[in-house]
Design a protein around this ligand. Structure first.
Ligand code: G2I
Length: 453
């Protein structure tokens, strides 16, 4: 890296650290054009992900694009109810774990999809109802979220529970017939099982202000007012040849409720507008500070569930399409920085180190606290490229670290050091990685210290 490139990266890292502390978010222009989707999205603190299939991981063209372009993965089918609990109480995680391990190997975020959905219920659950189904459903959420505890960035806890059309009402299903509180019961079970995962509601045909998205909006507002643990809303965005004019405004109204928003299953019918629609979605996410990332639902057109519609960013041979270039250009044009959002409202305090001379590293902490406990998410940002890092956190007296993910800790009380693990020690100049820990007592309030090496 030239001196000029390095000083640009340092400037960017300092600028990002500065605005996070000062105001939560601000406009960030990218210092230099990144050449992959993930790297470009990361410049504004976002991810760019793909849904992937375990059965395709042996395909070198597929994994070549995956490893090169994306910094988040979602299992297309492998973590669904029929895949993970094919018979009641017998859990199979082989393929889900393959997706998880692929994500870990890439240093990518892993989105969990989906704990509960009226489709892809295993046969045994399809024939259940009432309290038996309710307890089977809660057990499913608890078991799967516990298996993946600490590894999942965000779970689609409930998928597609609202009806299409103008009613804005819940969709009928055997899950819905167990009682209208089934969704909040699922979110509470997921939070108890994995307090660090962001918990999302995910749906389609919500790409603008309409009756369905408004029904969901009202549910999220109700959940936030009653303290039901919900952190994010996923907008699948399976799009045709046009896009609602209020796509961005719709994302923003959800963000204004105090949740993150994510584009979770993006694909766009090929036609004259494909590249433009992809760019419009990208710009909308970049313009909404709490839009934390975008996932496309597959890699090559031939990997898509929309056979014959060629809705993705790479053609059947793995070549970049015009839509790819329009997304990359839109990402490189920058947007609001996406702060590491907290999962409590009002936003919990963040602390930060100052950028260190010599291009070391900085750390920011985002806290979710409750009486007697906390979850801390820590973002480590490199000045110059890092080959290993340690973050030292001072815990208030009486607080104890009870679990840590994506780092190893020395000690559990007082001054606690968190060291990188094998897959996240190397961080490119200006890049960042995250780890987290959970504890009892009060969370840290003092400034963490990041040390390179
Ligand atoms: O339907 C598109 C998406 C809508 N939102 C929720 C997503 O989970 C959903 O994804 C699709 C997958 O892309 C398909 O791959 O969900 C379908 C139903 O689970 C998936 O299709 C299934 C087929 O129905 C099965 O027959 C097949 O065994 O894919 C399975 C694995 O190839």
């Amino acid at each position: 890296m030239s001196l000029l490139q390095r000083s640009r990266s340092l400037l960017l890292a300092s600028a990002v650290a500065g605005v996070v502390v000062a105001s939560g978010f601000a406009l960030v222009g990218t210092a230099e054009a990144a050449t992959t989707l993930g790297a470009s999205a990361a410049q504004t603190g976002r991810y760019y992900g793909a849904a992937i299939a375990a059965g395709r991981l042996g395909d070198g063209t597929y994994t070549g694009i995956l490893n090169r372009e994306f910094n988040s993965v979602t299992p297309e089918n492998e973590m669904k109810w029929d895949a993970t609990e094919p018979s009641q109480g017998r859990f199979t995680y082989t393929n889900g774990d393959r997706i998880l391990n692929q994500g870990i190997a890439m240093g990518a975020k892993v989105r969990g999809h989906a704990l509960l959905w009226h489709q892809q219920e295993p046969g045994w659950a399809q024939s259940m109802s009432g309290s038996a189904l309710r307890s089977a459903m809660i057990n499913h959420v608890t078991q799967v979220a516990t298996h993946y505890k600490g590894k999942i960035y965000a779970w689609d806890v409930v998928n597609e529970a609202f009806a299409d059309g103008g009613s804005g009402a819940r969709r009928d299903s055997n899950l819905q017939r167990t009682g209208n509180d089934w969704i909040e019961a699922a979110f509470r079970a997921a939070r108890a099982a994995d307090p660090a995962a962001k918990l999302c509601y995910n749906d389609y045909n919500t790409d603008g202000v309409n009756a369905k998205s408004t029904g969901i909006y009202n549910m999220v507002r109700d959940f936030k007012s009653r303290g039901v643990p919900i952190d994010c809303v996923g907008f699948q965005s399976h799009l045709g040849t046009s896009i609602a004019g209020d796509y961005q405004a719709n994302l923003q109204r959800f963000a204004d409720l105090g949740v993150d928003v994510q584009i979770t299953e993006l694909d766009v019918a090929q036609g004259g507008n494909q590249a433009n629609i992809y760019a419009t979605v990208t710009r909308a996410c970049l313009a909404v500070a709490r839009c934390t990332g975008i996932t496309v639902w597959g890699i090559r057109d031939s990997d898509s569930w929309r056979t014959g519609e060629n809705p993705l960013l790479f053609d059947n041979s793995g070549n970049k399409k015009a839509a790819y270039t329009s997304v990359l250009n839109a990402l490189n044009a920058g947007g609001t920085s996406s702060p590491s959002p907290s999962i409590s409202t009002p936003p919990s305090p963040s602390t930060s180190t100052s950028p260190q001379p010599g291009g070391g590293c900085t750390a920011t902490v985002s806290l979710n606290s409750w009486t007697g406990g906390f979850v801390a998410s820590v973002k480590v940002t490199a000045g110059a490229a890092l080959n290993g890092w340690t973050v030292t956190v001072a815990l208030p007296s009486g607080s104890t670290v009870t679990s840590t993910w994506s780092a190893t800790n020395s000690g559990t009380t007082g001054s606690v050091g968190f060291r990188n693990v094998s897959y996240n020690g190397q961080v490119a100049a200006g890049g960042s990685t995250e780890f987290g820990f959970q504890g009892t007592g009060a969370g840290p309030t003092a400034t963490p210290v990041c040390t390179a090496g």
